[in-house]
Design a protein. Sequence first.
Length: 140
Amino acid sequence: MSEPFSVRISVRGYETDVQGHLNQSVYLQYAEHARWSLLQAAGITQAGLIATGVGPVALETTIRYRRELLAGDEVDVTCAFEWGGGKTFRIQQTILKTDGTIAAEITAVGGLLDLKARRLVADPQDRFKQLADHPGLFGL
């Protein structure tokens, strides 16, 4: 199995709280940035999604905080899609310090929304295959 998609991010001072820790909401922003970076690397743009009448939606997100992050820390945010049957999929993400220490683990359940019908697309896996120039980045 290949390594999951990953993007490096530097923790900025303005993202920290009064204790100097990365603010809890920023972990979600880092995860979202990694997901959109994966879509872009696979050849899928926001404009391309809208043009085909679909958009990704987050249905559930769980964060497990493992170690603190401080301003100046460099982290790698991974992103791996897991496909099952049905209208939803899972996204497993890890925020790793450059020394390999796990700072956070994020699990999300997502889907593709039909923007006209306002319902989830029946087979998001197939739709991603159609949209992507590089579907292998999604494990397809």
